[in-house]
Design a protein around this ligand. Structure first.
Ligand code: UT7
Length: 338
């Protein structure tokens, strides 16, 4: 486990979020539509998950395509030019292809000509992991501006005949520009963790070096997401609380100091459980799972961008954000907004 607090060293540069952007594909798939595809119901999906609809990318849209509008919006909001970006990190479980990194494709298409670029794999915790990696580069002065992107086209990774997974996921992309901020602002503390013992609870096993892509692997559905939902639920309920409390403690803050909790949007019951355990009223919790489903690494940025649009985040606010996902991984951060 890694516990990180804002460096008090005089030379350390505080890092914060300077701009946020998000994008979702136009096509809406409602629970009613799913009723015609698998043995499910709007009632089951709504009450068990809180999801009412999700967005679905076009056949020709890959992760980098939906990331571009999100990244452009984040760059505009931060007032940072593409050529000022030193590093691009893309958190995704559904990259354009195995290699090159989706970050390299974005570097070219966004004209971030000076930027180094790599992808990061931490599933639904990917945004928090990437944010904290970016923070380290800014803290040390190695990079001034880092573009952190999360982009997921999960509709191309789910088995549309498997009701236990296909109702949960959606497509979407988000981006933030991480850069220097005044001392006392930005990322105050963070916590990154993994429990590899649970690696097999949520996987996309095929087309890797263990199960290469073959006619047989496709016939056996190894190219689809496979999940033990109940076990992931139990894990999530535990770490959402633990990770949040740990991160608050590192920041020297209590729950009363938190203006808004922005959790990973996987299941409304997991979010409500976390809020209850933390003693936070739901008015202080950003929820948009009903509109987009679980967009994995992108979900927190989609919620953050919407919270900004609704005026729910202001300068000086302490934002707590927490995610969990395949790996198993989890991560949390407390951010004092600039
Ligand atoms: O970002 C991280 C990714 N993953 C997650 O966060 C997932 C965490 N887990 C969950 O959110 C929940 O476990 C699920 C939403 C996946 C499932 O909810 P649950 O309350 O744990 O349901 P369950 O798996 O215990 O299934 C209850 C029943 C079962 O039927 P029986 O055995 O009781 O007859 C399932 O077969 O519901 C059935 N079921 C469905 N019924 C209608 C499962 N999926 C569906 C469905 N529609 N889509």
């Amino acid at each position: 486990m890694l516990s990180i607090i804002q460096m008090s060293d005089k030379k350390a540069i505080s890092a914060g979020i300077l701009g946020v952007g998000s994008y979702v594909p136009d096509r809406v798939l409602k629970n009613d539509d799913l009723e015609k595809m698998v043995d499910t119901s709007d009632e089951w999906i709504s009450t068990r998950t809180g999801i009412k609809q999700r967005r679905i990318a076009l056949p020709e849209q890959a992760a980098s395509d939906i990331a571009i509008p999100a990244a452009k919006k984040a760059l505009d909001a931060a007032k940072v030019l593409p050529k000022a970006i030193d590093l691009i990190i893309v958190a995704t479980s559904t990259p354009d292809m195995h290699f090159p990194a989706t970050a390299c494709i974005l570097q070219y298409k966004l004209k971030c000509t000076r930027a180094a670029a790599f992808d990061l794999s931490a599933a639904c915790s990917g945004f928090i992991y990437a944010l904290i990696v970016a923070q380290q580069f800014v803290n040390t002065g190695t990079a001034k501006y880092v573009l952190v992107v999360a982009s997921e086209v999960l509709s191309k990774a789910v088995n549309w005949g498997d009701r236990e997974t296909c109702v949960l996921f959606g497509d979407g992309a988000g981006a933030v520009v991480v850069g220097p901020v005044d001392k006392g602002y930005g990322i105050l503390s963070a916590h990154l963790a993994a429990e590899g013992a649970g690696w097999d609870l949520l996987t996309l096993p095929g087309a890797g070096s263990r199960i290469p892509l073959t006619v047989e692997s496709v016939r056996n559905g190894k190219h689809f997401i496979s999940m033990n939902g109940k076990e992931v639920f139990k894990f999530a309920a535990k770490v959402m609380e633990e990770g949040s409390l740990k991160t608050l403690e590192l920041a020297g803050l209590s729950k009363e100091d938190i203006s808004l909790l922005i959790p990973h949007q996987a299941n409304i019951r997991i979010i409500e459980h976390a809020a209850k355990k933390l003693g936070l009223p739901m008015e202080k919790v950003m929820v948009n799972i009903h509109k987009y489903g679980n967009t994995s690494a992108s979900s927190i940025i989609l919620a953050m961008d919407e919270a900004l649009e609704q005026g729910l985040i202001n300068t000086g606010d302490n934002i707590l954000t927490i995610a969990f996902g395949a790996g198993l991984t989890w991560g949390a951060a407390v951010i004092r907004w600039v």
